[in-house]
Ligand binder design. Structure first.
Ligand code: DON
Length: 306
């Protein structure tokens, strides 16, 4: 496929998504996110050889929020290996991303690494392994995207910290079961900060390519084994969009991770990545236009893991 074809595919997918009857609403439980421009819309494709194509607001940075959980998981597994799975499961939760209900019956072991409770455990382990979980994620994103401007928006992190009662409750609850290795306040601070990283569709599409390259980074070094990369893609497919993961697999047919900033990063193993951003969310916390654009793109191209 040539450059014009990728560009045309993106523009057509975005045009199809704009016909969706609903737009959703930007997240407002983190007050700083409610200020997002509701009409922002961008999309980028990166191919395994590192080429990147985009349309709309594809170079505009946004709050990556839970898309960061894909990177914390990869880095924690790369540094610490399978030990991670003693503290967090890998089954779909069938519950919202911020739900507490399963934690007590499951003895403080969250269902998967992408619901907030599971992501807090992953951040905790990455903090123990590196001494600086948010720094590890930020440097990885900068290196893979080639963009040194990728950075934490401190105002978003502190906005979430002031309103993050549920996350704090989950972290303390898990600490009571001995499932955190660091003080709760440190885990929460690193978690809020990596969620508050600002990056664009371009940056995230490039940064996610290691999963399309079966574990290999942009510089050719290996982050994960082929098998570990396959496993992360599997958990993305089954858990990456929370209790809408079934619908996402049905419509898009690719592993993907969403965030309440409106970003969605999807992986085409062996071929590339697609990242889309539009702040309006559905009830599950996934970007309405983002999922619609991925649906249109994969339906038009046949790109799917199925
Ligand atoms: O912890 C939170 O609620 C946010 N920092 C991240 C949640 C999120 O992005 C869920 N994704 N769709």
């Amino acid at each position: 496929m040539n450059d014009t074809d990728y560009q045309t595919l993106l523009e057509q997918a975005m045009e199809a998504a704009r016909r969706a009857p609903e737009r959703g609403r930007a997240a407002d439980y983190i007050p700083a996110l409610a200020q997002a421009n509701p009409t922002a819309f961008g999309m980028a494709i990166a191919t395994v050889d590192g080429a990147v194509f985009g349309a709309g607001d594809w170079e505009h940075p946004f709050s990556i929020q839970s898309v960061s959980k894909l990177f914390t998981l990869a880095l924690a597994l790369a540094d610490g290996g399978d030990e991670l799975w003693r503290g967090v499961g890998r089954e779909p939760s069938g519950n919202p991303f911020n739900s507490l209900v399963q934690l007590e019956t499951e003895n403080g072991i969250p269902r998967n690494p992408f619901i907030n409770a599971g992501a807090l455990v992953v951040t905790d382990r990455l903090l123990k392994l590196t001494g600086d979980a948010v720094g590890a994620v930020r440097e990885f994103l900068r290196a893979e995207s080639g963009n040194p401007a990728v950075a934490v928006d401190d105002s978003v992190a502190s906005s979430e910290a002031r309103h993050g009662h549920r996350n704090a409750a989950m972290a303390h609850f898990m600490a009571s079961y001995g499932n955190l290795r660091n003080p709760v306040d440190s885990v929460l601070a690193h978690y809020y900060a990596h969620c508050a990283i600002e990056a664009s569709c371009r940056d995230l599409a490039l940064a996610g390519l290691f999963l399309a390259r079966h574990g290999t980074r942009a510089d050719g070094s290996r982050l994960l084994s082929r098998s570990e990369a396959k496993r992360i893609n599997a958990v993305l497919l089954t858990c990456g969009t929370y209790d809408a993961a079934g619908e996402f697999a049905y419509r898009v047919g690719l592993p993907g991770k969403s965030g309440v900033g409106g970003g969605v990063l999807a992986v085409l193993p062996g071929r590339g990545t697609v990242c889309v951003w539009s702040p309006g969310l559905d009830a599950a916390g996934n970007s309405v236009l983002g999922v619609a654009a991925l649906d249109a793109l994969t339906t038009a191209t046949g790109w799917s893991v199925f």
